[in-house]
Design a protein around this ligand. Sequence first.
Ligand code: ADP
Length: 502
Amino acid sequence: MRIVHLSAEVSPFAKTGGLGDVVGALPWAQQQLGHEVSVWMPLYRQVREGARLGSWSLSPALPPFKLDLGSESHEIALFRSELPGTTVPVYLVANAHFFDRPDLYFADPSGRDDGLQRFSVFVRGALEAMRRLGTVPDVVHAHDWHAALAPMALAWDPSLAPDFGAAASVFTIHNLAFQGAGEVSAFRFLGLPEAVRGQVLWHDRLNLMKGATLAASAVNTVSPSAAREMATPEGGFGLDPIFRARGERLVGILNGVDGRIWSPERDRHIARRYGRSGDAAARAENRRSLLTMAGMDADEPGFIVGLTGRLTHQKGFDLFLGALDELLEDQVRFVLLGTGEPPLEAAMRERSKRSRRRFFAYVGFDDTLAHLIIAGADAFLMPSRFEPCGLSQLYALSYGTLPIVRRAGGLKDTVLPFHDGNADQATGFAFDEPSARALRDTVRFAQRTRQDEALWGRLCANGMAQDFSWERSARSYLDLYAGRLEEKRARAGGGGPPRPRP
Ligand code: ADP
């Protein structure tokens, strides 16, 4: 199959969270399984900078062309790179006005959020460039709202039918909290026929996630539990009737771990690598390096809990703050890394300053520290209110660092909480209620469990034995594509051999 992925984030070129990790890894896993895969993203300023510093290649792939969208015309250029360490092509859609900005989700120079327009330019520019390159795909895989226009354009824009008519589209929802919602007037930027306007409106606003959910050949999210939760009023973020309408066809496919980057055997960032069997000396050295970096007493024994993530209400960092004082009194120490909502950032800085030797918070984005935390802590805390999949708990499991999670979405699907009698299978700790009290009690339970070395070692070994390889996810997506392509071909009345390629 010829597969294209469209995404606003692709690691290592541009990433703010799990989306970047996924689109940086899944295409490669699919290529390994014998498919022709490419990745499409905007050419942000930081991608140019990375190329200038030699982090990756960047070369022109097409002569510049004009893209007419609504009443405006945009100059588009296309560049090519590769996912580092692979031969997977990455195509970068360039337009200086929309993408040459200080960061990925930066508003326009006047401070206006023009996201709907700029990501429409990205998607339309990408589809036109595919046509010009002569690489029209069998499957267009669009990730999150930024790429949501792609399934809509394929389904509803008749001008694309001659080239893309046989292609299936897949829309993956990584984060339901961001839906691409905005003023109805932005409809003109999408380049869709007036007749489908109603399909893209939700409660009198434009909503790209809704439109793509209706238009795509297949829709999925990134864990089975999240797929179920999305169809309920509590978990649907207002779109649950739309998700319910897709019924059984809205599936959950778990993300994987990119073992080239996140495995204790190959990790480039940590003090000492170690194997699947766990290696006490290496673990101790990583712990020491983490504590030293955090300015904590590296000789003091005791329970170390790590946290990394976007500092948002979604991720439950306020619950953590609510339990922090009591847990510090219990002699638990915390190392936290994150950026996000300014009040949470300020609170972390302030608390960390007050309890410097027991609570270290680094407010910023730092790849190396993210790895040190996973490898050096005893446990990794993720108190998310909702979590489509979650990657950090998967990393923690594969490093023998036990996750402490709230039972939501993918956290529920990937961490088996320990209780008396399941030490042979359990891989972590979990709580249900989104409260500081439930969090505190569960961290205390984990701290007590940590005192039994043999038991703790067993739980770590259980976690490290889990298979969260990308190959498994890649195969699930390939099955999804194949099913939808078959349906499309059957509907087109042929079921015959695939179209010849240009
Ligand atoms: P989400 O995509 O919702 O942000 P995930 O758990 O799926 O959450 O993925 C988070 C990814 O982003 C992980 O790879 C994590 O290490 C990384 N990450 C989050 N915040 C930071 C940060 N401040 N510094 C470095 N890496 C971070």
